[in-house]
Design a protein around this ligand. Structure first.
Ligand SMILES: Cc1ncc(COP(=O)(O)O)c(C=O)c1O
Length: 391
């Protein structure tokens, strides 16, 4: 028995994938051409599997702001937010976000993963209870594990099951932290947030919503599902990321609870890692301003999403439950998924290959994600590539 034995199962899975025809499980973007195109395996390829929902990664204002910050403030902060890593711009971004979310305060973290890890593990501790939707992201599960709290999973998108499990907790329910996502990353389906908010209010529990995939995508002004469902006042903590609609990297938590000010300094994943570099903060501030000024980006994103969903549906694919910028195609087994994923790549279309155990129901998925940056012609090319697949 060695330290390395535990990797044998993973190695065998990857070997089996290679035997299904997957030449390289690690895709390398040999050259990035635009928000929606790159060269992969020497071939110009349409990117239909990124999280670049608003297509802002090459936005001229964002690039310019990042370059300016790089030149004036350097390549990195070389320190934690709690030490020498908080610059004026980090505070300004927190203020921009607080203004946007219309809330008392915001903490900016180094990534969205770290934001979930930090908030969940700091809010809940030994003796507390966290109730999570079974389909939550790994960063939420990892935050739960780090917290040392009791973790109870409820059935995906099932407010009645949450209600039942809170009821069983008795008095402890009023101190429970309920965690859900706005839009789920694998199938693009939305939480029944108004129902969940009603349940949490009934028990006096706390609600944290991860809007990683819904910022810039849902809500009249792009604030996410809580805005769309009109329940922002019932959400205690909104967590999100800069790595999707804002085209950079970093994370945040927005809240009206005054305790957020002190939670910041009790938050180990905030304190014990370096802060985002000045160029990242500058491009994120500009991307947020662009998101607010240009609602037509969200409109174009949804046009593309509806078009691809409709085209793939008419080809007879078994699709994720509702039209959304995340469109998942369910396949019968992982061999079919791998073969089809390779065929798409050979035709110059990159999508995400999602295999168990990462899939919600244990099946295999080809996960497409749309961008406002896709042209209608690109959407049609993606659909045509799918038309040739066996399923
Ligand atoms: C639902 C959800 N939360 C959090 C994250 C983490 O975000 P980041 O890439 O900023 O670490 C992701 C990333 O995929 C996600 O899908």
């Amino acid at each position: 028995m060695t330290l390395f034995n535990k990797f044998e199962t993973l190695a065998a899975t990857r070997q089996a994938l290679a035997e299904c025809g997957l030449k390289s499980v690690n895709v390398v973007m040999e050259k990035v051409i635009s928000p929606t195109e790159a060269v992969i395996n020497g071939r110009p390829t349409i990117l239909a599997g990124t999280n670049n929902y608003l297509g802002l990664t090459f936005n001229a204002d964002c690039v310019e702001a990042a370059c300016r910050a790089l030149k004036t403030e350097g390549t990195g902060t070389t320190g934690s937010r709690a030490a020498n890593g908080t610059y004026n711009a980090h505070v300004a971004l927190e203020n921009d976000l607080a203004d946007y979310f219309n809330c008392r305060s915001v903490i900016v973290f180094s990534t969205g993963y770290v934001a979930n890890l930090g908030m969940i593990s700091t809010l809940a501790g030994s003796g507390d209870v966290i109730m999570i939707d079974a389909d939550c992201h790994a960063s939420i599960y990892d935050g739960c594990q780090l917290s040392g709290a009791d973790i109870i999973r409820f059935r995906h998108n099932n407010a009645a099951d949450l209600d039942k499990r809170l009821r069983r907790l008795g008095e402890r329910a009023s101190n429970a932290l309920v965690v859900v996502e706005g839009m789920y990353s694998m199938l693009g389906d939305r939480a029944p947030l108004a129902e969940i908010a009603e349940v949490k209010k009934r028990y006096g529990a706390y609600l944290l919503v991860d809007e990683a995939h819904s910022l810039g995508v849902l809500g009249a002004t792009g604030r996410g599902l809580a805005e769309e469902e009109g329940v922002e006042k019932d959400v205690d903590f909104i967590v999100g990321t800069f790595s999707k609609s804002l085209g950079a990297i970093g994370g945040y938590c927005a809240s009206n609870h005054p305790e957020l000010d002190i939670i910041r300094f009790a938050n180990r994943p905030y304190v014990f890692t370096a802060s985002p570099s000045p160029s990242i903060i500058a491009s994120t501030r500009t991307a947020l301003a662009t998101l607010r000024r240009h609602p037509e980006l969200k409109t174009k994103l949804w046009e593309n999403a509806h078009r691809l969903y409709q085209r793939l549906g008419s080809l007879g694919f078994n699709l994720s439950p509702e039209p959304s910028p995340i469109i998942a195609i369910r396949l019968a087994n992982k061999e079919d998924a791998v073969r089809n994923w390779c065929t798409l790549l050979e035709q110059g279309v990159y999508v995400n290959l999602v295999l168990p155990p990462a899939t919600p129901d244990g099946g295999a998925l080809l996960r497409c994600s749309m961008s406002a940056g896709h042209t209608t012609e690109q959407v049609d090319t993606i659909a045509s590539a799918f038309a040739g697949l066996k399923h």
